[in-house]
Structure formats: structure tokens, C-alpha cells
Design a protein around this ligand. Sequence first.
Ligand SMILES: *Cc1c(COP(=O)(O)O)cnc(C)c1O
Length: 373
Amino acid sequence: MMPAAYAVLDLEAAAHNVEKVRAYAPNARIMAVIKANGYGHGLLRIAGALQNADAFAVARVDEGIRLRKAGIEKRIVVLEGFTCPEELEELLHYQLDAVVHSLVQVDVFEQRTEFGQIAIWLKLDTGMNRLGFKANEFNAVYQRLNQCSIISQPINFMTHLANADDKQDPITHKQISLFNDTLATLIPKLESLNERSIANSAGILAWQEALTDWVRPGVMLYGISPFAESTGGQLGLKPIMGLHSRLIAVKQIVTGDKVGYSGSWVCEKPTTLGVVAIGYGDGYPRYAKAGTPVLVNGQRVSLIGRVSMDMITVDLGINTNAKPGDPVTLWGDGLSVEEIALCADTIPYTLVCGVTQRVKIVEKSGYDKTNQD
Ligand SMILES: *Cc1c(COP(=O)(O)O)cnc(C)c1O
């Protein structure tokens, strides 16, 4: 039997979203970012659905290994590179590309004498102040890495945008210029074989100048907008995930009744309350405010009271004929995950990433069922 809480994944939307990325960045190759269990959609499942991407990117070595063990032969870039010498061993063994961002990594490379085995992406910190070398140390690091026999040539370059979803913030233009200027001094002939990558989803959608050899879309591949002011649908993307459950109780409440933990929601006029089998234990956001929309039988109603671990409560209105067993959508067709994120003071990334093990995953299309997480 179907558990109460389930997520329906429209995997065919994934290929559509890749084609959308191609339309936005027609001259770039696509490194599909599938870290964090494919943004909560299932690492192997989403890799299978994104076959029209040119490469994959993951955050950690173990994510890359899972893909290789599942037989995936595409190029795979590990965005955090290796964090200890043992991980370098794994990158070599599984033929995973490493992002190089720290002097510790450079030291480890210099100890190795084998010949040309690992492809790297040398990362410039252009203002995010997270991973990467500063512009003033970049040349020296590049020269050192060029001497490392274990690194296959040519070396690729990348940077990451800190605020590309804010179209007004001048930092993005500055970051892109710093990247281009730094590389221009390094390699005078920029039409060389070295490959470059700048843009995440927001960069692809909002910053033409960020489109270089490779783009690194993440959230947009899942049909979700990186911008607070729009939805994936409005950008021509198709959301992959819908989150669903059902009503498990319906009851009348009267003025003055308090609903849920702490009694923070107080009934102001008689109404019908519905209890839905979903909560933060499934990944529904604990901080969704009263008034957050929920679809019951396809109709919008409001969340009331605190979200608890296994249940939420909704206001069905006085004249409802909703009954236990009726279908509920928390996000999906007719209710965007972007809207729910705004109601919970978060971003849609955290909502899809946060769907927990308890939620049954159902695939909408006839994808290969052996290719599951
Ligand atoms: C996560 C990540 C991306 C993808 O970002 P989205 O906003 O999901 O498109 C791209 N590049 C790097 C380095 C990342 O960490």
C-alpha cells in the first residue's frame, strides 16, 4: 500500500530542463550538478534522467564513487576536490575530476610522480570567499600545478558566483571580469585548450557574460527557479518533484479553540480543520507560517498551527466536503515549491534537499526501475 506521504517525480522533465539550459547557453557544455542526492531527487535516479547533460558535478568524492559504481561513464567533477591524500587515491581510481582550491591539495600533488592521470579544475576565488585561490596567488599556484606530472593537461579553470540571483548586485560583473582578467594574464592566448566555467543556474539565466565553455546548472535542472521573484514554470522549466499526502482526520472547531503544539493558532470563527499526514519528519518545513497554502482536492487552503513531526493542520473552511483519505499536495502541480519556500523563510533548494527517507518516491514516467536509489 502507498504510504501517506509520497513524492512524485516527473523524470521526463529533467531532459526538458537540460534542453532549456542549452537554449539559454547554446555554446556551452553542461555540467549537471547532482550533489546532495541530486538535490533530494535521488542521485542515481537523477543521473539516469539527465543523460543529455555533458558531464556531472557532485560536491564530494563519495558521491562520485556512487555514480561510477553504478556504471556511469560520463565525466564527473568533484566540486570540493579531495580533502585528504586517500581521497586523491579514489579520484585517480575512479577517474573523477578534482577541483583544486587549496595549497594543501597542491602539496599533495607535488608528492606524486606518476604521469598525467587526473583532470583538474583550478578554482579562482573572485569574491565568494569560500573555496578557491585569490587572484594574487593564482599565477604561482598555476605554475606549480603545471609542473605536477600527475595532472593531465590542459588545466581547466572555474569560479563560483556569490549573488547571481540578484540582478542588481554589481558583484557578479566584478567577479566575471576578475576571472577573465586573471586568466588573460596567465594564458595570453585564451582561445587555448583550457576550459573555463563560471555560471550556476542564476548565472545562466541572468548573466550572458557568465556563459563560457562549461555551465554548471543545479537547481534549474530540477525545474526550480534560483530567483525569489519567479518560479521555474515562468522560466520555461518543468518542476520534477511534487510532494503529496492525504487527509487523515477532519473535525469541527469553534471560536477560541487552540490548534497544535503551543496553541499558537487560535480559532477566530467556527471552521473545519483537516489533519494531513506530513510533517517536518518528512521534510515539510517546520517554519512554514500559518497561511501557507496547501492543496486539498486541488483547492487552496491554509496551513494553521505549528508543523509537527508527522502532521500538519489546515483550515478547510466551514462549507467543506473534504473527508479523510482525500488527496493533498504540499507542492507540485498548482502550487510551486518556490511559493512554499517564501512562506517558510527559506529557499526551494532546502525543501527538495530535505525530503526524508520516510517519503516514498514514485516515478511518474516509465523510467528504468533498476536505476533507483
Ligand atoms: C551547487 C553548485 C552549483 C549549482 O548551483 P545552482 O544554484 O543550484 O544552479 C554550481 N557550482 C558550484 C560550485 C556549486 O557548488
